[in-house]
Design a protein around this ligand. Structure first.
Ligand code: AMP
Length: 394
C-alpha cells in the first residue's frame, strides 16, 4: 500500500489528510487549532474512530509532532503505510510557479520571498514544509499553489491599468487564488456534463468564507475575480471584495486610519461581517428571514456581486456550458444560488426551484430542463486535488 499526506498549514492551524492515491479514499484526517498558543485543540479521525486532545502547540514544529504522534497512536502508522509524497498547500506562487513543484532549496527560497505578497499565509505554509521535511527526510515534499491555475490568464485579464514601470517593479498584477478548487471543480463539471474538458466553457463560483469566481475555457483559467491578493472580487465573510481604491485614500486622509488599520478593516471587518455583525452566511440568511433590514441588504449585495461576475464571464467566454456553485455557501445555500441567477431566462439560464431546494448533497444539476446554460452544484475537494497534483509531480 502507498499513501499521500496532504498538509494545509495555516497561520494558526494545521489540517491534514492521508489518502490512498490508487482508490482516492481518505485513510485519516485531522485538524490542529490554536497553534502559537501553549495548548491547542486537536481532532484526529480514521475509519476506526475520532480522537480529541489538547496537545502543546507553541509552534508549527511541535504541532506537527502532535500529528505524527496521533498517527502512531491511533493509526494508520505512517512508517507502515509507505508514505510516497507529502503535498503542501501554498497560497502564493507569484508568477514563478504555475505547476506543482518538488520543494528544493531554491523553491523554498522563492516561496519565502513571495511571503511579501501573502504575509499571513506563505510563512505558515513554509513552516509546514520544514516540519514535514524534519519528520520525513526521505519523502519528497511537493508545493501546490493556490495561484498556479490562474497563470494561464492572458495579459488583458491580469494587467492592472497603472503605471507599467511601477507595476513591473513591485510585481503588481492579478494573480488569482482558490486555483486548486477551481481546477478540481471545473474538471468534475466537464465530466458531469459529458463535455470534453478542452471544449468546455465554465463559470465556477467558489463561495466559501473566501469567495471567488473564475471563467474557465478548455480547462484553463482565463479570468478570475480575486486579484493581487484575495481581497478583490466577491463579497466574502469578512473581506470587502471590490472597492474603489480612493476609499482607502479617503479613510487615511479624513478617517485617520493607518495602513495596518485599513488592512484590518478591509480584510477582517468588512464583507458580511461588516454589513451585519456576522460573517457566517447561515446567520445572515436567518436574520434576513426574521426581518433584519441590514441582513437583507447584505444578502442582496452578496448576490448582486455574484451576478455581476456571472455576466462579465458570460461575455468573456462568449457563453457557457455551465455555471457551477461550490464550497460552503455554494454547496449549501439555496437562497444564494436562486437569487444570484434569478431573472436570467433571456440569457438562457434558469434555475429549477425544486432541484435547487432538494436536500441532495453530491454533484447535481439544479437548472431546469430548458436552461441552455446548465447550473450545477459540485462539492469541492481541495485535499484530493493536492494529493493528485503531488503524485503527478514526483
Ligand atoms: P468554506 O470556507 O467553504 O468552509 O465555507 C464557509 C461558509 O459556508 C460560511 O460562511 C458558512 O456560513 C457557509 N455555509 C456552511 N454551511 C451552510 C449552509 N448550510 N447554508 C448556508 N451557508 C453555509
Amino acid at each position: 500500500m502507498i499513501a499521500v499526506l496532504v498538509i494545509n498549514s495555516g497561520s494558526s492551524s494545521l489540517k491534514y489528510q492521508l489518502l490512498d492515491p490508487a482508490t482516492e479514499t481518505v485513510l485519516a484526517k485531522g485538524l490542529i487549532e490554536r497553534i502559537g498558543q501553549p495548548t491547542g485543540s486537536m481532532e484526529h479521525s480514521t475509519t476506526g474512530g475520532v480522537w480529541r486532545s489538547e496537545p502543546p502547540t507553541p509552534d508549527h514544529h511541535v504541532a506537527f509532532r502532535a500529528m505524527t504522534a496521533a498517527f502512531d497512536e491511533h493509526g494508520p502508522v505512517l512508517a507502515e503505510v509507505g508514505l510516497t509524497v507529502v503535498g503542501h498547500r501554498v497560497v502564493h506562487g507569484g508568477a514563478r510557479f504555475f505547476a506543482p513543484t518538488v520543494v528544493t532549496p531554491q523553491a523554498e527560497h522563492d516561496i519565502d520571498e513571495l511571503a511579501e505578497y501573502a504575509p499571513l499565509h506563505n510563512p505558515a505554509n513554509l513552516a509546514g514544509i520544514r516540519a514535514a521535511r524534519t519528520a520525513f527526510p526521505d519523502v519528497p515534499q511537493v508545493a501546490v499553489f493556490d495561484t498556479a491555475f490562474h497563470q494561464t490568464m492572458p495579459p488583458e485579464a491580469y494587467t492592472y491599468a497603472i503605471d507599467a514601470a511601477v507595476a513591473e517593479r513591485y510585481r503588481i498584477r492579478r494573480y488569482g487564488f482558490h486555483g486548486t478548487s477551481h481546477k478540481y471543480v471545473s474538471e468534475r463539471a466537464a465530466a458531469f456534463l459529458g463535455v470534453p474538458l478542452e471544449e468546455s466553457r465554465l463559470i465556477v463560483l467558489h463561495l466559501g468564507n473566501g469567495a471567488s469566481a473564475t471563467a474557465v475555457r478548455g480547462g484553463r483559467s482565463i479570468d478570475t475575480s480575486m486579484g493581487f491578493t484575495p481581497l478583490q472580487g466577491l463579497v466574502m465573510g469578512t473581506r470587502s471584495g471590490d472597492l474603489d481604491p480612493a476609499v482607502v485614500f479617503q479613510l487615511a486622509r479624513f478617517g485617520g486610519l493607518d495602513l495596518d488599520e485599513l488592512d484590518e478593516l478591509l480584510n477582517k471587518r468588512s464583507g458580511l461581517l461588516g454589513l451585519t455583525g456576522t460573517g457566517d452566511l447561515r446567520d445572515v440568511t436567518a436574520k434576513a428571514a426574521a426581518g433584519d433590514t441590514a441582513a437583507q441588504v447584505a444578502l442582496d449585495v452578496y448576490c448582486h456581486r455574484i451576478r455581476h461576475y456571472v455576466g462579465a464571464y458570460l461575455a468573456q467566454l462568449g457563453g457557457a456550458d455551465a455555471i457551477v456553485f461550490t464550497a460552503g455557501v455554494g454547496e449549501n445555500s439555496t437562497i444564494v444560488r436562486e437569487r444570484s441567477l434569478a431573472g436570467l431566462g433571456e440569457l438562457g439560464i434558469a434555475v429549477d426551484p425544486a432541484r435547487n431546494a432538494a436536500a441532495e448533497r453530491g454533484e447535481r444539476r439544479i437548472s431546469s430542463d430548458g436552461s441552455r446554460t446548465q447550473v450545477l452544484v459540485i462539492p469541492t475537494n481541495e485535499e484530493l486535488e493536492i494529493a493528485r497534483q503531488a503524485v503527478s509531480a514526483v
